[in-house]
Design a binder for this molecule. Structure first.
Ligand SMILES: [Zn+2]
Length: 221
């Protein structure tokens, strides 16, 4: 069986990871773990953050929740002195993009077209039983793409590939091609039944297909 480095996207399911007025972030600690090559993982609350660290600076994949931004910034400082240069969003859910408001003024946010579209508009979800207001301008992606984009950073090509209709209609999977690490966003749930946001274009048949395609794109470690 092939071995590969999987930066498991999420520990908490989205519904529990979404912020509510009662959610208390005061005790959340940000833990950093080296995955492979240039890539680290930050765990806190919400989708795990992928981090590329090296001579070009820092790139992050997703940014959890705004109240954690200062702790995330402090954790990044422990990994390297370089500046934050890019933020990638794997999809629009708040446990992956809530920190955009804090990181957007520091670095351009890159995401698939549908992510910006959804963040720009009020989202009403029956499944999550809530209405999420449109994000302010500084929290929106400023670079969007339809199918794929590459960022050449820290000596490797970081491929950001859109996988349509899996968890949402705006999912991207991030391949750190030199480090041989993949960040699956919420197209992969570790050890639990996946969440599909059907109201936002998620698809039951699409999700396993996306996982299989992602796996096929990984090389043995
Ligand atoms: Zn999600």
């Amino acid at each position: 069986m092939k071995k590969y480095f999987l930066l498991a996207a999420i520990i908490l399911i989205c519904s529990s990871a979404m912020p509510t007025l009662a959610q208390d972030f005061s005790k959340v600690e940000i833990k950093a773990t080296k995955v492979a090559g240039n890539v680290y993982m930050l765990e806190g609350s919400g989708g795990n953050i992928g981090v590329s660290v090296g001579p070009d600076g820092i790139l992050i994949v997703d940014d959890q929740f705004a109240p954690l931004a200062d702790r995330i910034k402090a954790a990044l400082k422990t990994l390297g002195e370089g500046k934050l240069k890019f933020v990638l969003n794997t999809h629009y859910h708040g446990d992956h993009t809530g920190g955009n408001i804090a990181f957007g003024p520091d670095a351009p946010i890159i995401a698939q077209t549908n992510v910006r579209k959804r963040l720009s508009e009020e989202q009403k979800s029956k499944f999550f039983n809530r209405t999420t207001p449109a994000s302010p301008k500084e929290a929106l992606p400023v670079i969007t793409f339809d199918n794929a984009v590459s960022v050449f950073f820290n000596g490797e090509e970081i491929k950001v590939i859109h996988f349509p209709h899996g968890h949402t209609d705006g999912d991207s999977v991030i391949f750190f091609t030199g480090s041989n690490v993949v960040h699956m966003g919420d197209d992969f749930f570790n050890g639990r039944f996946p969440v599909l946001d059907l109201e936002a274009g998620g698809d039951v048949e699409g999700l396993p297909k996306n996982s299989a395609t992602s796996l096929a794109n990984c090389r043995p470690a």
